[in-house]
Design a protein around this ligand. Structure first.
Ligand code: DON
Length: 574
């Protein structure tokens, strides 16, 4: 991003951030602990707004509301009020940890075959574009819940910067342009979306101000009326009317009955690390647990690079296979979570791993549920001075979600329905396959890979996560392995990445990751290599060193995010 653009953003945030406490603010808890606060988000405006909220007496949960809402405005391609997400929360004063599940749900009129034609084939892009691709959003309900149960400030205050930014606009940067190009044709099909996010039906020029007056009104309605401001009344009426007019299936009842869920996080040990992460409907926790249980059996440190990549890939392959076979929303299907997480199951799996040979994925076919068959998102990490922690991954799924904006609301709808398995064993946009465990059912939550996570050992703890579709889980995995080696926040977010997800049966490699020699060694073991030309991920990481009582933070150097430790200068953007 050019310097002048960054200055403009800084100026905007200074101008619009209210500097006084709202009269009805809850009393601010004393901050006895002197620990640093730190924030990393995918956009400088969100980081700065969240830092301001901490400075104004908010806690990490207020800052999380601010970050979520500002990202909804300035990163419309990644997340928003029309989407969902998972907030992993830790409250310091009573050592309470929970998972706030604001994932979208399938509309009441949804059905398993809703994206299939008469021949039973998947209709191309039907679950990707337009109003019919959208699940019922969870973000507004989650923000209201977070403010009521965990925040110290009223919602009006935590949402103020997002409302102002929606009114005054944010400047287009090169990343916005890149995301818009990916989804141009989809945005062009929605008059309200193209009016907001395009100029003359084209990608806007750098510096163009994107103003979202209607979105500001919806945020104001939520600030005033809470959940009812979005899920009932005028906003809900407009959303349902517009969605139905565009061929979608939402009803007022869908919106009125939406509920967030609180879930017990998945917790397990890897070496000296305690890992706390999300449970179903995100597959992240179970898949990470399964992979780490397998890796526990190997001494990765003494292996050469090819051997190490091979073992990690074999663990990824098996866990992603089980993702496809077993995982779905546990409110609807029964998932053998305890078995998948058990040491006994890992013992069984390692017997199937050969040290010098890849196991073709076809030799691990999907079985038990196969009878009926089979890019953009955002993450932020926040630690406050009281030791409260938030690791949150939010999404509208693909860049700009469904590309559909409901006229008069400014709400860009998600295309999260594509995270369901539209047809057994038919890959979705991330190449993920599924079985009936993840088939579409009314009110069901679609299986996710979003994996906001806490990692902790004697010396340090980290709040970690990233967008990236199916690759999210392996990014978090590799990040944790780097953390275990004692790496810094900066080193961890910028470490090179590889990925395997069972199908397609290839190791995806970031550019310049492996030497020719290591590639050859892997090929000789029977691995198929898929050398990518562009890197992936947008990791946002906060680390706290308990021994030195200092926080550090880092934003993925691959994209435009920004991290900041409170009272220190802004970290440099690469
Ligand atoms: O919930 C999921 O797993 C996906 N909807 C996440 C999509 C995503 O990360 C896209 N970002 N690049």
């Amino acid at each position: 991003m050019q310097t002048n653009l960054r200055l403009l953003m800084l100026l905007l945030i200074t101008l619009i951030t209210p500097m006084t406490y709202a009269k009805d603010a809850k009393p601010v808890e004393p901050t006895e602990s002197k620990q640093n606060a730190a924030i990393a988000t995918a956009h400088p405006l969100a980081t700065q707004a969240a830092i301001q909220i901490l400075k104004q007496g908010g806690n990490a949960f207020d800052a999380a509301i601010t970050a979520s809402a500002v990202l909804a405005v300035v990163e419309p391609y990644s997340s928003g009020l029309g989407g969902g997400g998972f907030w992993l929360l830790h409250r310091a004063k009573d050592n309470h940890t929970t998972m706030l599940d604001g994932r979208e749900i399938a509309p009441l009129a949804a059905s398993a075959d809703m994206y299939l034609d008469k021949q039973g084939e998947v209709i191309p892009a039907a679950s990707m574009n337009g109003a019919k691709a959208a699940g019922i959003p969870g973000v507004p309900a989650a923000l209201v819940y977070l403010a009521k149960e965990y925040g110290q400030l009223p919602l009006q205050k935590s949402l103020a910067t997002a409302i102002q930014l929606a009114k005054t606009g944010f400047p287009v940067d090169d990343f916005y342009q890149k995301m818009t190009k990916i989804r141009l044709s989809s945005l062009q099909q929605s008059p309200a979306a193209s009016q907001l996010f395009l100029r003359d039906q084209k990608v806007p020029k750098i510096g163009t101000l994107i103003k979202q007056a209607n979105l500001a009104k919806v945020l104001e309605a939520i600030a005033k009326q809470g959940k009812a401001g979005f899920y009932q009344g005028e906003v809900a009426d407009k959303l349902v009317k517009q969605v139905q007019a565009a061929g979608g299936i939402w009803t007022k009842e869908d919106l009125a009955q939406y509920q967030i869920k609180l879930r017990q996080p998945v917790q397990f040990q890897y070496k000296d690390l305690k890992i706390t992460t999300v449970d179903l409907p995100s597959s992240g926790g179970l898949v990470l647990n399964e992979i780490f249980n397998i890796l526990q059996h190997y001494d990765l440190e003494t292996m050469d690079q090819a051997q190490r990549v091979h073992i990690i890939v074999e663990a990824m392959r098996r866990a992603y296979r089980d993702r496809a076979e077993f995982m779905g929303d546990t409110d609807f299907v029964s998932v053998p979570s305890q078995r998948l997480r058990s040491k006994a199951y890992a013992d069984h799996l390692i017997k199937t791993i050969q040290l010098d040979k890849a196991t073709p994925s076809r030799d691990l076919p999907l079985t038990s549920h196969s009878d009926s068959q089979g890019k953009d998102t955002t993450h932020f990490s926040i630690l406050d001075q009281q030791g409260n922690r938030v690791s949150a991954t939010l999404s509208i799924n693909y860049p700009f979600g469904s590309g559909f904006v409901a006229e008069g609301t400014g709400i860009l709808l998600n295309n999260e329905m594509d995270d369901f398995s539209s047809k057994p064993n038919t890959p979705n946009v991330y190449g993920l396959v599924g079985t009936k465990a993840n088939a579409i059912e009314p009110k069901k939550r679609m299986l996710s890979s979003m994996s906001p996570t806490f990692v902790e050992n004697e010396q340090r703890f980290a709040l970690i996560g990233s967008p990236g579709g199916s690759r999210i889980i392996t990014m978090v995995l590799l990040g944790i392995l780097e953390f275990e080696k004692g790496k810094t926040a900066d080193e961890i977010v910028n470490a090179p990445r590889f990925h395997h997800q069972y199908l397609p049966d290839t190791i995806q490699l970031e550019p310049n990751l492996l030497s020719e020699k290591v590639q050859q060694q892997l090929t000789n073991m029977g691995h198929q290599l898929d050398q990518k030309t562009t890197p992936w991920g947008n990791m946002q990481l906060v680390i706290y060193n308990k021994q030195t009582a200092t926080a550090s933070a880092a934003s993925d150097g691959r994209v435009i995010g920004q991290s900041q430790v409170l009272d220190s200068s802004l970290t440099k953007r690469r």
